[in-house]
Design a binder for this molecule. Structure first.
Ligand code: ATP
Ligand code: MG
Length: 495
């Protein structure tokens, strides 16, 4: 395997997939042939960075398309090809049929990756390009005998998704489909050079795991320590001269399927305010529930929002904002925009401290705990997690509901009852005690009575502050009580 360049942080799994794809000989019924890969992922996650590294280390061609007319795009590709091979393209391309055939024919002897980055720009002005690629990859096309590993890359998730979906010409053609995602929360802490887990959660609640936000958007400038966090927020996200300041707006503005940003911002603001069901979102923004179906679907397709079923009431779903910066923007910045632009950031930050704790950090901590649960080793919860999510358990006797922040379901017999591995509660700012475990125990008993298999269910407390002595003692005596503090959250899972 080609060694990953040292400047590419993390991404070992992605690198392995890309280099294997790039080196692999495509085989058709009549010998070698060109193959197709598709790389997608939201903006600024490092797709181009990875693909440029791939092209450099393998001698491949990287072409980053611009928003341009077809004639200009073809001319730019000719220049890129000439730089790559040292010979001018002659005669010039008349259309994409010429260009794709030329690409395929010019690399015959060995596998070579050819990257067309920002492919949605090309497809927008030349919609026939996908069918041309399909034709040339097919029987009798110029892809026969070619070593080209064609990689189409783009960040307009909706466009990239459609490329391979349903009746699309390229459906079923791609030998590689890679989605480049943000770094996981532990990798993000390493990427930001932050060793203190408390500070790591704070920073992650603002910039998440998007690689570009470190060097290009904040000049590589993490807070020095916990005490420096407020200053850091003021000089980055809340600083009207910083690139991060307008980023949340750009993320929406750049999505081709989002045509009415005001509506979409309102939907995101509702979720950021804790209105996570579609009824609650609709009420918050003053529309009927069926009016927000479409925007929610689009936001989901753009990978800005996820929809997760309530694990105990599967007819209900919760929406969550995927990108922390958007939550931060909608919860803190959007309604203070004028003041922030007028450079009143310190006053805004002072006034919004409570909102930050309640609407940003609290829910963010819960989602980190679910991430932890997804990858926790079998030893922590006594089994393999098959589903992790939140859920609500009804307590009809006490006329109340118990919210479970981190519910983990395990492997079960096909016809057997659903097996609960763990019920957990997450508290960012509260020292937890035995009362929390009692509540979880009540939820466990209620689920047991409803037919869930709760025999081995472990009750988990996740706290940003810690646990009182009573709870520590209880956990020491009962291995079905699990305590997760910040140090444990940030420990890499052992096998
Ligand atoms: N694995 C990585 N290691 C170190 N830095 C990275 C890595 N990935 C991304 N970066 C940083 O993030 C920046 C943005 O990445 P890049 O431009 O590749 O994102 P992208 O996914 O192509 O975004 P877009 O969709 O906007 O084109 C890079 O220029 C680099 O500074
Ligand atoms: Mg890019």
């Amino acid at each position: 395997m080609v060694t990953k360049p040292g400047h590419v942080f993390d991404r070992d799994w992605e690198w392995e997939g890309l280099t294997e794809f790039a080196a692999h000989h495509g085989r058709g019924p009549s010998g070698p042939r060109a193959t197709l890969g598709v790389v997608s992922g939201r903006r600024r996650q490092g797709k181009s960075y990875l693909l440029q590294a791939l092209a450099q280390t393998t001698g491949g061609l990287y072409f980053g398309a611009q928003e341009a007319t077809e004639a200009v795009a073809l001319r730019n590709l000719e220049s890129a090809l000439a730089r790559h091979s040292g010979t001018a393209v002659d005669p010039p391309f008349r259309d994409w049929g010429d260009a794709i055939a030329y690409l395929f024919r010019s690399h015959r002897d060995r596998p070579v990756p050819v990257v067309l980055d920002e492919f949605p720009f090309l497809a927008r002005v030349s919609p026939e390009i996908s069918s041309i690629i399909q034709r040339e990859l097919g029987p009798g096309g110029s892809g026969e005998g070619s070593g080209v590993r064609l990689i189409l890359c783009g960040s307009a998730m909706s466009v990239m998704g459609r490329l391979l979906a349903g009746q699309a010409p390229l459906r079923g053609r791609a030998g590689l489909e890679l989605v480049v995602k943000p770094f996981g929360f532990r990798d993000a802490a390493t990427f930001w050079d932050i060793a203190d887990p408390r500070l790591a959660v704070l920073v992650h609640s603002v910039v998440g795991g998007t690689p570009a936000y470190r060097y290009e958007f904040t000049a590589g400038d993490p807070p020095e320590d916990l005490a420096g966090f407020d200053e850091w927020v003021l000089r980055t996200a809340l600083n009207s001269r910083s690139a991060l300041f307008r980023e949340a707006r750009y993320l929406l503005a750049e999505e081709p399927d989002i045509r009415e940003p005001a509506l979409y911002h309102s939907v995101l603001a509702a979720i950021a305010a804790g209105r996570t069901t579609s009824t609650a979102i609709a009420t918050f923004i003053g529309r009927k529930a069926d009016h927000i179906k479409h925007p929610l679907n689009v936001l989901e397709d753009c990978a800005l929002v996820t929809r997760q079923l309530d694990l105990f009431r599967p007819t209900r779903a919760y929406y969550r904002v995927v990108e922390p910066l958007i939550t931060f923007y909608e919860a803190i910045m959007q309604r203070n925009w004028t003041a922030l632009e007028a450079r009143d950031a310190p006053a805004v930050w002072q006034a919004e401290r409570h909102t930050f704790q309640a609407k940003v950090l609290g829910p963010h901590f819960e989602s980190l705990c679910r991430d932890f649960a997804r990858e926790a080793s079998v030893s922590v919860f006594g089994g393999l997690a098959t589903e992790v999510g939140a859920g609500v358990v009804n307590d009809p006797e006490r006329r109340t509901q118990i919210e479970i922040d981190v519910a983990i379901l395990g492997v079960q017999d096909p016809d057997g009852p659903r097996r609960v591995l763990s019920l957990g509660e997450a508290k960012w700012g509260e020292r937890m005690g035995v009362d929390h475990v009692r509540r979880l125990g009540r939820a466990r008993d209620l689920l047991g009575a409803k037919g869930y298999d709760v025999r081995d269910a472990r009750l988990a407390c996740y706290s940003g502050v810690g646990f009182d002595d009573g709870l520590r003692e209880a956990a020491a005596e009962d291995d079905r009580i699990v305590l997760i503090d910040l140090d444990r959250l940030y420990q890499a899972p052992t096998a």
